[in-house]
Design a protein around this ligand. Structure first.
Ligand code: PNS
Length: 163
């Protein structure tokens, strides 16, 4: 019986799409660890401490969720947590090639770990942290895409409001 799953990502910042995937995962697993880390090919807007803090606040009504940051290989973190499942959201075919590579490489590194893909609700299929950052940086509204706290933090980052 698989009880613990790890949902890794850069979460820069967390969106309603991520929260939708996390909620779906908690319907399947007893405990979900949201694992915040750095993606070597992305420079983040928020520090790891800020990303973890924001995730903790927006998931505080979700008792099955714990938010942890890690450095190093994902599969090693997953094994340390006594988990065997990685959760990833799959929005469109465009995500597939990258996600397939990640899943197969992780399995190659640690055969005991498998990746489970979950599809978000339709309104979130075209949503990404990058798009939200761009919208807010240009003065657009992001209320449909991120919780109010995250929109506020984005505005602060882009100096569009008082700190
Ligand atoms: O949200 P992202 O940026 O798409 O997440 C990618 C992430 C962080 C899950 C991936 O870059 C990762 O697992 N990084 C940890 C280092 C690692 O294990 N890399 C090997 C993966 S094959």
């Amino acid at each position: 019986m698989i009880k613990i799953a790890v949902y890794p990502g850069s979460f820069d910042p967390v969106t309603y799409g991520h929260l939708d995937i996390a909620r779906r995962a908690t319907n399947i697993f007893a405990r979900l660890i949201i694992a915040v880390t750095s993606n070597q090919s992305k420079k983040t807007l928020f520090t790891i401490t800020e990303r973890v803090e924001m995730l903790k606040v927006v998931t505080r009504q979700m008792p099955k969720i714990e938010v942890i940051s890690f450095e190093g290989l994902l599969v090693e973190f997953v094994m340390e947590q006594q988990a065997k499942v990685i959760i990833r959201g799959l929005r469109a075919v465009s995500d597939f090639e990258y996600e397939l590579q990640l899943a197969l490489m992780n399995r190659k590194l640690e055969n005991a770990v498998d990746t489970v893909f979950l599809m978000p609700a339709e309104p979130y299929t075209y949503l990404s942290s990058s798009v939200v950052k761009e919208i807010v940086s240009k003065g657009g509204k992001a209320a449909e895409f991120v919780p109010p706290l995250i929109e506020q933090k984005l505005r602060q980052k882009f100096s569009l409001t008082k700190k």
